[in-house]
Design a protein around this ligand. Structure first.
Ligand SMILES: O=C(COP(=O)(O)O)[C@H](O)[C@H](O)COP(=O)(O)O
Length: 325
């Protein structure tokens, strides 16, 4: 049924471009923007029939879905909004879609606050927390701890190649948290000072594996070796339902220019042709459950091995593609 889906609203196309180019990034923020884009598509639609309206919304969902493959919050958001599209007329469909998108956005924000309260209970006054990348779910835990009056210090990994650690450092400084910014290679050395490693997630698999920014798995292994507990802050929108039926999570490979410029590549390649030089840039990696101490969600904290129970409760066994009729 996806043949000849109609063109999407320019705002939807712009949101899709922003997600692909990482102007909009981070799993929760992507989900929020995707729900918002579907609402815009519904609002602007001039469909002459309910069937045309539904096809436009499916086309918008497909365009958004195809931007980045790893954060499951994106298809989960699209599926949630499209499943709430109901009514016999275009105006009923429009109203239900917009209402459902708004409900999703409100739930997302409330889940993050709730998760933050739960996660902050793991943090004690005076704790030092090491972070990786930039996660709004992880920051929610730190913010709640600070609001509770706890003195928290942060060691923030830079997170090459895109340096999302700078965003984390800036937001932590806004909260008044003392920050030590370190390059990724310094993480093991600074783990000696850390009481927790705190990261977010793009997807959580049914076996409790955590898919997050490249470098998370190495950090978790080092933390285990150093005896530092690893806490993953992830709303249930990050649970990947397809992994219950054996599917794996696709790891996004991004452009080599994020790692080396054309000039740098030419310099490395030297006199030889480029063929022998390969630059790989995986954006995410998989941390096995044995290196994770707790997954903190808005439904409570879970040992990674038991997350599948929550996943079954929330998603059932079947999912399907977000835009499937
Ligand atoms: O890996 C990243 C972002 O990767 P990118 O910068 O490539 O999108 C974040 O840790 C998760 O998405 C969780 O973020 P949040 O808690 O905000 O959902």
């Amino acid at each position: 049924m996806n043949d000849s889906l109609p063109a999407v609203d320019p705002d939807v196309a712009a949101t899709a471009d922003d997600i692909a180019e990482m102007e909009i990034r981070g799993a929760a923020t992507i989900a929020d923007a995707a729900a918002e884009a579907l609402a815009r598509q519904a609002e602007r639609s001039e469909a002459a029939s309910p069937e045309v309206f539904r096809r436009q919304l499916r086309a918008a969902a497909k365009t958004l879905y195809e931007t980045r493959p790893t954060a499951v919050s994106l298809p989960n958001a699209l599926r949630y909004v499209l499943r709430g599209m109901s009514g016999e007329t275009v105006s009923e469909l429009r109203a239900s879609t917009i209402a459902r998108a708004e409900e999703f956005q409100v739930d997302l924000s409330q889940a993050q606050s709730k998760l933050g309260e739960i996660g902050s209970n793991r943090l004690r006054d005076g704790d030092v927390v090491m972070t990786h990348c930039h996660s709004t779910d992880a920051l929610s835990c730190l913010e709640a701890a600070v609001e509770d009056g706890k003195e928290i210090e942060a060691i923030v990994k830079e997170t090459r190649p895109r340096k999302q650690g700078h965003i984390t450092a800036r937001q932590l400084r806004e909260l008044g948290v003392p920050v030590t910014l370190v390059v990724d290679n310094a993480a093991r050395r600074y783990l000696d000072r850390a009481d927790h490693v705190l990261v977010g997630a793009d997807s959580i698999a049914a076996d409790g594996s955590v898919i997050n920014k490249i470098g998370t798995s190495g950090l978790a292994v080092n933390a285990r070796e150093r005896g530092v507990p690893v806490m993953v802050a992830a709303q249930t929108i990050k649970l990947h339902p397809d992994t219950m039926t054996g599917h794996t999570v696709e790891i996004e490979m991004r452009a080599e220019r994020e790692v080396v410029s054309d000039e740098q590549r030419a310099d490395i390649a030297g006199e030889r042709a480029d063929d022998g030089l390969v630059v790989e840039n995986p954006a995410f990696d998989v941390t096995p459950p044995r290196y994770v101490d707790a997954i903190v969600t808005e439904r409570g904290q879970f040992p990674p091995e038991s997350i599948v129970i929550l996943m079954r409760e929330l998603f059932g066994e079947t999912t399907g593609e977000p835009w499937a009729p």
